[in-house]
Design a protein around this ligand. Structure first.
Ligand code: 5GP
Ligand code: MN
Length: 331
């Protein structure tokens, strides 16, 4: 914490970067931290590798985020000028695409604050806590340690959002008494939990709910293993005018089935040349190891992601073979 404070005190131009396709925790931690550092008198900008879903576009200060995909020159100038760069909610420069090279070649100090396993050694200061449920809770701890009097409603809303989304609304095993204490303090500081919940979860368009219907009717259950999987084709996405973020959370539905230990979703994005995969598990099934071993991915024990560069059909086939290799990991 002292080292972190030294980095902050000795810098003026700060850039904060979330991972690509930022989720509630990535944006919540970045925006909460930005508001805090701005209050400390720092010139602070959040630079996102790309765009993010509509259901996050109400978050305080999100309108000032620089989208590196839309305005690469601006993003590269900011990173080039920075004297301090924060990498939040990721631990591998591969998770921020082209920004990775800019961070590496920048003369700025780099601080990583993250809760994923197996951090890569690219930062000057690495705060890595895989046992934490969210990066936003880590940022909360940093703010409380540095100057808790600066906590305000905007910061509180951002951090609440990140903690809520990454703990599955406080139900994943990573949720601790400290998480609930943090959330209580954030509510006292002005986070309106019911509004935040509504903004994130009750903001479906009709098309998005129809896509959930398609996903659920596509769900298949394995005969011999406690596994369900969903696939969504490009045509199916197109039939509901797919937009970024539409499939967020769909994978979790599989775990509502009694006895199921692994739920998988495979979503075809042929224009990007890939099938995006998400894995969610219950108990000890290592979703992150499975994602890393077979689908160029990673994440956490119970929530991981990955990617396949084959067709959707071939990806399903590969998955069905791969899961047999992990049969002994089910309890
Ligand atoms: P999601 O399924 O929501 O995309 O991701 C679930 C978790 O896995 C998140 O913690 C995310 O950071 C991680 N994750 C998702 N995609 C990838 C990936 O391609 N590589 C790695 N290493 N982690 C991923
Ligand atoms: Mn996270």
């Amino acid at each position: 914490m002292q080292e972190l404070q030294n980095y902050i005190e000795s810098s003026q131009k700060v850039v904060i970067i979330p991972h690509k396709n930022p989720d509630g925790d990535a944006l919540g931690s970045c925006l909460g931290w930005q508001i805090f550092l701005t209050k400390l008198g720092k010139e602070t900008t959040v630079v996102s590798p790309n765009d993010y879903p509509k259901f996050l576009k109400w978050m305080p200060q999100q309108e000032h985020i620089i989208n590196a995909e839309a305005t690469p020159d601006q993003a590269s100038a900011l990173i080039g000028d920075a004297d301090l760069i924060f990498c939040l909610d990721f631990n591998d420069l591969g998770r921020i695409d082209d920004l990775g090279e800019l961070v590496q070649s920048s003369s700025a100090s780099v601080v990583m604050i993250d809760h994923h396993e197996n951090p890569k050694d690219f930062a000057d200061l690495m705060i890595s806590k895989p046992e934490m449920g969210s990066t936003s809770e880590m940022i909360y701890d940093c703010i409380m340690a540095i100057d808790s009097s600066l906590l305000d409603p905007a910061m509180a809303s951002c951090l609440y959002t990140g903690i809520m989304t990454d703990t599955g609304s406080f139900r994943f095993p990573s949720t601790t008494p400290a998480t609930h204490r943090a959330v209580a303090t954030l509510m006292e500081a002005g986070a309106v939990h019911s509004e935040i919940h509504q903004n994130i979860y009750d903001s479906y368009t009709f098309d998005r709910l129809r896509l959930l219907g398609i996903a659920l009717s596509n769900m298949k259950k394995l005969e011999t293993l406690p596994v369900v999987y969903i696939h969504l084709s490009a045509d199916e996405l197109e039939s509901v005018n797919y937009q970024k973020g539409y499939t967020e959370g769909f994978v979790n539905y599989g775990l509502r089935l009694v006895g199921i230990q692994l739920a998988v979703i495979m979503i075809d994005h042929p224009q990007e040349g890939k099938v995006k995969m998400s894995f969610r598990s219950k108990g000890n099934f290592p979703a992150h190891h499975f994602a890393a071993a077979h689908f160029n991915g990673g994440g956490h024990l119970n929530a991981a992601g990955g990617v396949s560069f084959d067709s959707l059909e071939k990806t399903v086939e590969t998955f069905l073979h791969a899961i047999e290799n992990f049969a002994h990991d089910f309890s």
